[in-house]
Design a protein around this ligand. Structure first.
Ligand code: F6R
Length: 242
């Protein structure tokens, strides 16, 4: 795993954006795997600047998101569909028909998981997958204990994850209890993976990721079995390593 340590979140975001832009320039019809939450916001801001001021072209890019809450409509402001439009898709020249996120309101959720996985096979796994990491070491919404060979599936969110994400909702009671997530196996199919982690609250997860043997107790540790992973951290997230 290649590790890049930056001074702060801004530098981290610029670095992550640089890797994404390099990918898109090398292969204009790249499949990008994208994440939601606080971690990628700076990266998405930089991508928007790149598209508007440095002519980075997303016209032929396909974007595939990791996860979605179960029970939220695509137009619900707390849904990841809404998040992606608000923070990225509405501001770059990507074709909305080329953006894919699991449907958390599907009538048959199991079938939705199977179709999403099939879809990943059909359009090809991400050329580059951007990941955040949960304080408990989750990637996507694969909580601790998730087998490394799971593909897209339904997950019960841990109470700690619901609390960490409550900041995006009016109250903890509004945070859904379940989500559809690409599995660890689905994520590992990506050709390149870029993980970003910023701030002190990620320090334990980063220390464990870099110092513990891979185990299902720390879902992110599955990334140590992948050949092309770049971890970009800021000094606060890296403070407990070594
Ligand atoms: C979001 C996702 C999650 C987040 C993680 C960190 O699509 O898959 O794994 O990356 O929960 O969240 P933040 O970035 O809000 O700290």
């Amino acid at each position: 795993m290649k590790v890049i340590i930056t001074h702060n979140n801004q530098e981290l975001s610029e670095k992550a954006c640089e890797l994404i832009e390099q990918q898109v320039k090398e292969k204009p019809d790249s499949v990008l795997g994208l994440a939601t939450g606080g971690s990628p916001l700076g990266t998405y801001n930089e991508m928007i600047k790149g598209c508007n001021h440095r002519s980075v072209d997303y016209e032929h890019v396909k974007a595939l998101n990791l996860d979605e809450y179960i029970g939220l409509d695509k137009n619900d402001p707390q849904s990841y569909h809404f998040f992606m439009r608000k923070h990225l898709f509405d501001h770059i020249n990507i074709n909305p028909d080329h953006t894919y996120i699991p449907n958390g309101k599907a009538k048959d959720l199991q079938e939705e998981c199977e179709q999403y996985e099939q879809f990943i096979e059909d359009i090809g796994p991400p050329d580059l997958q951007l990941l955040g990491i949960g304080q408990n070491g989750h990637i996507g919404f694969n909580e601790p204990g998730t087998p490394f060979d799971r593909e897209t599936h339904i997950i019960q969110l841990e109470e700690s994850t619901r609390q960490a994400n409550a900041r995006f909702f009016e109250s903890i009671d509004d945070v859904p209890k379940q989500a559809i997530t690409m599995g660890i196996q689905s994520i590992l199919k990506s050709k390149k993976i870029v993980v970003i982690a910023s701030g002190e609250r990620k320090a334990d997860a980063i220390q464990r990721l870099l110092e513990e043997e891979p185990s299902e107790n720390l879902p992110a540790s599955a990334l140590r079995n992948h050949k092309n992973v770049t971890l970009i951290v800021d000094e606060e997230a890296y403070q407990k390593v070594g």
